[in-house]
Unconditional design. Structure first.
Length: 139
């Protein structure tokens, strides 16, 4: 089952390139726009952070760093792609429905776009140009 979850789906050449660009692009944007900022905040001992689901500020910050920085980094390389997309999707759904749940569409737009991108990658898999392809392909 583990092998089946991570084995890349067979896609056309154009689809593989599209998935590669989406994986790298969305990963870099998340790291640069959100993950790195939160990591620097934590390393600077600034633990003030929202607690949208009641886990505590520091725990929420660490989980956000894990998803937005570490999982995004793994996504860029296409390593354990579907597994690392789960925390990313969850984080964006929390941002969409809990943090910005009552906000106007303008505030909900970014987490919605991230969530849709991550869901698309979860359904397509990492594509041919990924570490998952090297590790989990049929031999």
């Amino acid at each position: 089952m583990f092998q089946k979850l991570f084995k890349p789906t067979i896609l056309s050449i154009n689809a593989n390139l599209g998935v590669l660009f989406l994986r790298i692009g969305i990963g870099l944007i998340m790291i640069a726009g959100h993950g790195y900022q939160k990591l620097q905040k934590y390393l600077g001992s600034d633990l003030a952070f929202g607690d949208p689901i009641g886990l505590g500020e520091e725990t929420s910050l660490l989980l956000a760093i894990f998803a937005e920085f570490i999982c995004s980094l793994l996504l860029i390389f296409g390593f354990l792609t579907r597994a690392v997309l789960i925390p990313l999707i969850f984080t964006m759904l929390v941002a969409l429905f809990v943090v910005h749940g009552n906000a106007a569409l303008g505030k909900q737009e970014l987490p919605l776009l991230y969530a849709l991108s991550y869901l698309t990658l979860f359904l397509t898999g990492p594509g041919k140009y990924s570490l998952d392809q090297v590790i989990f392909r049929d031999k």
